[in-house]
Design a protein around this ligand. Structure first.
Ligand SMILES: C[S@@+](CC[C@H](N)C(=O)[O-])C[C@H]1O[C@@H](n2cnc3c(N)ncnc32)[C@H](O)[C@@H]1O
Length: 287
């Protein structure tokens, strides 16, 4: 119980200190995506695991795309106590409290910062966010979308193969993915809050790559599947023709001492130092 309280206290501090930084990180991801994908206005898009802030769905919708955000949490563009009661019933008390904290403490400055970065107004009206699991996407008929986007979700999904099968099913022939996965073997990939910013705020208490070593501090805010990059490559390859596999973010180089390198010899240096990767791919015809 005490561990949980400490975990939530550090999440709260980290949220208070960085919610404006999140807006910059998110806007940078969005801008980079538009550069690679082009004009989204003509696409029907699904945002897989849009999250309680559904920022990518919001940005795409505001930029004129037809987008649906899905998440297993009962995310909702609505406000009011009914929303938290629904999350409490559907997802349990922890999720309800986390969403309430986000809405009360962080949402206002975060969205204000995000709005300041955009050349278009943020448009909340008609935002489409739904509670649907990525593992089945059963609410959507085959061939529904032109683009599947996702940011830091696939590392939380237990059934990767099922999810990719579902994404393949709902995408039209010739459609694309733009899926960013946070790399488990990276320094921040263990999802320990103390290692969120490895280069600028290294942890004084949790050892670097603790999650791949002794794992003395296993308390993290969400479950992760611990898959490695090669596991994703193998699974994506079953359902998709991969056109680009783009490493994104380099972190922790100065912390990778020769001793740690030896200890983690089973991992390549790229696996340890690359924060994540973007997968741009088209559905295979023969899957
Ligand atoms: C780290 S959050 C990322 C949220 C958002 N994409 C962002 O970047 O802020 C991971 C999200 O994935 C969602 N998620 C996990 N498993 C899922 C599943 N099977 N289907 C849909 N969403 C899922 C969680 O509920 C959570 O909101």
């Amino acid at each position: 119980m005490l561990k949980k309280i400490n975990l939530y206290r550090s999440m709260m501090n980290y949220g208070l200190a960085h919610n404006r930084d999140f807006a910059h990180e998110h806007f940078a991801f969005f801008s980079e995506m538009l550069e690679r994908i082009g004009d989204v206005g003509r696409y029907k898009i699904i945002d897989i695991g849009c999250g309680k802030s559904y920022w990518l769905t919001l940005l795409l919708h505001s930029a004129g795309a037809c987008v649906t955000g899905v998440d297993t949490e009962l995310v909702s563009a609505k406000t009011g106590m009914g929303k938290y009661y629904a999350i409490l019933k559907g997802n349990g008390p922890e999720r309800a409290i986390r969403t309430l904290c986000w809405d009360l403490l962080f949402a206002r400055p975060y969205y204000a910062e995000l709005a300041g970065l955009c050349s278009f107004p943020l448009r909340w009206k008609d935002l489409d966010v739904r509670c649907v699991s990525a593992i089945t996407l059963d609410e959507f008929p085959d061939n529904s979308f032109d683009l599947a986007v996702s940011h830091e979700v696939f590392e939380h999904i237990g059934d990767l193969s099922g999810t990719l099968r579902a994404v393949h099913r709902v995408l039209r022939p010739g459609a694309r993915t733009y899926i960013y996965v946070h790399n488990y073997t990276s320094l921040s990939g263990g999802h320990h809050i103390a290692w969120k910013y490895p280069d600028t705020e290294p942890s004084a208490t949790v050892p670097p790559w603790d999650h791949l070593r002794e794992n003395r501090y296993p308390d993290i805010p969400s479950s992760i599947n611990r898959l490695r990059e090669a596991d994703y490559k193998k699974e994506f390859d079953k359902y998709f023709e991969i056109s680009d596999w783009i490493p994104r973010g380099r972190e922790g180089a100065q912390l990778l001492t020769p001793e740690i390198r030896r200890e983690l010899a089973e991992y390549s240096e790229d696996e340890l130092l690359t924060k994540g990767f973007i997968v741009i791919a088209r559905p295979r015809k023969d899957s």
